[in-house]
Ligand binder design. Structure first.
Ligand SMILES: Cc1cc2nc3c(=O)[nH]c(=O)nc-3n(C[C@H](O)[C@H](O)[C@H](O)COP(=O)(O)O)c2cc1C
Length: 370
């Protein structure tokens, strides 16, 4: 009771208007007992948490995207209570182009391709990226996670050292693999995850997370092995790929939605729940998390944090507060007072209905449709 009272005042002091209103209400009401009774019932959740050893004031991370490619945007995200940001990815091609520049490879076998890459990277070189990290770190207090989009384990890896030196709190590797070659073995394409994460962990000491795709024959085992290797501290589930579509008017290939829809959150939810408690890495859930309820579900399933992009594009940075408020209301409703208490409460590991996360067939009972 006393603890709740102290927590209540701590919370009110963080919001002066609210605190003054409360004083006014207590002074002006005839029923002080009722107010004090409500105070004692108030249950303000402690939203702080840890992700890959980083201290987050809350588990809502803004995912890698155009929302995080400029310092002023990042500052605005912090002002609206984002727990951390993952910077827009630097692409492996950009880093490799820098490598070619350093080597002054004028005798490239494919001068046109070389010129193209140079042109492509002109506006966004690694130096600009390092400056983005440095300037963001000066401008905000929340963790700044750098991101590299990569598919090979070539020379670009040594540039990870520069990213660490620039002050990034962690590095997310966005490994975009589409196992589309019918002649390649599954383990060949998955080998790249091991190679890249091992090489990266040899050159840097900040935590490394792996943002991976769900295309894998043995996804659970792959993630288990990667986490057991000690080379990754975090797993981000899942990379949302650009998907082509078909335009039936022009009979041309078009692009499908760039933004996710709110019903997409169930894919990461299943895998977070299945892997929670079984792997030695923190999980960040991403894709389709558009509100406080889908955020709460991911934490209940076992995620340490969520990464959100589409809904912030649609509603603006202020929407972070709406999501957090809804999330907190849900936690309060169930008397959950901390992220630790909430995390994994309904994971496969703990939930008596755990088989539900493995179920893949629709049945009348589960689908609700006969
Ligand atoms: C416009 C846009 C740009 C993105 N750029 C990147 C990127 O550079 N690197 C990356 O890892 N993910 C990128 N993503 C993917 C997001 O980080 C996120 O994983 C995905 O959008 C799913 O989250 P959401 O459902 O909240 O949108 C981008 C997404 C969008 C919509």
């Amino acid at each position: 009771m006393f603890f709740r009272f102290v927590m209540f005042f701590k919370y009110q002091f963080t919001n002066k208007t609210c605190f003054l209103n409360m004083l006014f209400n207590i002074r002006s009401t005839k029923n002080k007992r009722l107010i004090l009774c409500n105070i004692s019932k108030s249950n303000n959740m402690d939203l702080s948490t840890k992700y890959m050893g980083l201290n987050l004031k809350n588990p809502l991370i803004i995912g890698s995207s155009g929302l995080t490619d400029k310092v002023d945007k990042i500052k605005k995200l912090e002002d609206n209570n984002a727990g951390a940001v993952v910077l827009k990815s630097l692409f492996e091609e950009q880093i490799n182009a820098e490598v070619y520049n350093v080597a002054d490879s004028g005798s490239n076998d494919y001068p046109e391709a070389y010129e193209y890459i140079k042109e492509y990277t002109k506006d966004k070189t690694i130096n600009e990226y390092l400056a983005l990290i440095e300037d963001s770190k000066k401008a905000v207090n929340i963790p700044v996670i750098a991101s590299i989009n990569c598919v090979t384990d070539t020379e670009w890896i040594k540039f990870a050292e520069d990213i660490e030196k620039a002050g990034a709190d962690a590095l997310e590797l966005n490994i975009a693999l589409l196992p589309s070659d019918p002649f390649a073995e599954g383990c060949d394409s998955e080998d790249i995850y091991y190679k890249i994460t091992e090489k990266i962990s040899n050159v840097i000491s900040i935590p490394v997370s792996l943002k991976m795709s769900y295309y894998s024959a043995g996804l659970a085992k792959l993630i288990y092995n990667l986490s057991a290797s000690g080379n990754v501290k975090g797993i981000t589930l899942f990379n949302r790929f650009y998907n082509p579509d078909i335009d039936l008017d022009s009979l041309e290939i078009s692009s499908s939605n760039v933004f996710s829809t709110p019903d997409e959150y169930t894919l990461p939810l299943r895998w977070v729940a299945l892997l929670s408690g079984k792997i030695d890495a923190d999980m960040a859930a991403t894709t389709g998390i558009h509100d406080g309820s889908s955020m709460a579900k991911q934490i209940l399933a076992g995620a340490s944090a969520v990464q959100i992009v589409s809904s912030i594009y649609k509603h603006g940075p202020e929407y972070i507060n709406t999501i957090l408020k809804e999330f907190e209301d849900i936690a309060n409703k169930h008397n959950l007072s901390s992220i630790d208490e909430m995390k994994g409460k309904l994971s496969f590991h703990k939930n008596k209905y755990s088989r539900a996360f493995e179920r893949v067939q629709f049945m009348k009972y589960f689908g609700g449709i006969s």
